[in-house]
Write a protein that binds this ligand. Structure first.
Ligand SMILES: [Zn+2]
Length: 236
């Protein structure tokens, strides 16, 4: 095998690669690690899409943290307007004790830090409620990966608050996820938080609405049936 071929193979086999980015806030050009999708091996997935991987977890890398200014964001963030710039400076950057360096390989603690920064950034610039909810849900997953149940619940509750707000606004343009998917996530969180009445309401909507896609309906009926079974077992 030629050296060129060997180095090409090493490049292909290396699970992490550098993604080139331009900071949404300060325009600084930087690189941040990403997991090659071909190298991500799924072991299992929870009902709320929290996914477990063998080796590097791509979810750890969905937040970019600018190594120059410290602004944290994801691909779903919208453009930074001058009004938003001011808010970022006042309510986000000034509170950073130091610029975090989170562009390399991440463990669950680095990922948690990156997600917390992005959720704060999204909150101060008044990003879409469903986007903030998504970030809180991912923070809950970072705690679930660590078996930290108390913190997981705290962030599930936060995610739920923002999802509810997004849903009640009823503005499709304000959603970064599909409406029925949002409803499903709310129902799933209600189950995880042991809120039976609220969960019942949401799943009865999801399972009776013909407009719900087959994919979501299947997942919803699986989650709901399993929950009902568990309830029955607990009663017996
Ligand atoms: Zn920056």
């Amino acid at each position: 095998m030629t050296d060129k071929k060997k180095s090409l193979q090493r490049k292909i086999l290396e699970p992490l690669y550098d993604k080139s980015l331009t900071c949404l806030y300060c325009n600084h050009k930087f690189k941040s690690k990403q997991v090659r999708s071909s190298m991500a091996k799924v072991i299992k997935q929870d009902s709320d899409y929290c996914t477990y991987y063998e080796g590097d977890n791509p979810i750890f890398y969905d937040v970019f943290v600018c190594p120059s200014c410290g602004f944290a964001y994801t691909n779903s963030f919208s453009r930074i307007t001058p009004a938003r710039k001011e808010k970022i400076e006042k309510n986000y950057l000034k509170n950073l004790s130091a610029v975090p360096h989170l562009c390399g390989k991440r463990d669950v603690f680095d990922a948690l830090r990156a997600y917390k920064l992005a959720s704060l950034a999204a909150y101060v610039i008044n990003e879409k409620k469903s986007l903030v909810g998504n970030l809180f849900l991912r923070i809950a997953w970072m705690y679930r990966y660590q078996n930290d149940i108390d913190n997981e619940k705290e962030y599930l509750e936060k995610a739920l608050r923002f999802y509810l707000d997004a849903y009640q606004r009823g503005n499709i343009n304000d959603l970064v996820i599909e409406e029925h998917q949002l409803l499903f996530l709310m129902g799933d969180i209600y189950i995880r938080l042991g809120k039976n009445n609220e969960a019942t309401k949401i799943f009865s909507i999801l399972l009776s609405d013909r407009g719900v896609s087959q994919k979501i309906r299947t997942r919803a009926s699986e989650v709901w049936n399993e929950y009902r079974e568990r309830q029955k077992e607990n009663k017996e």
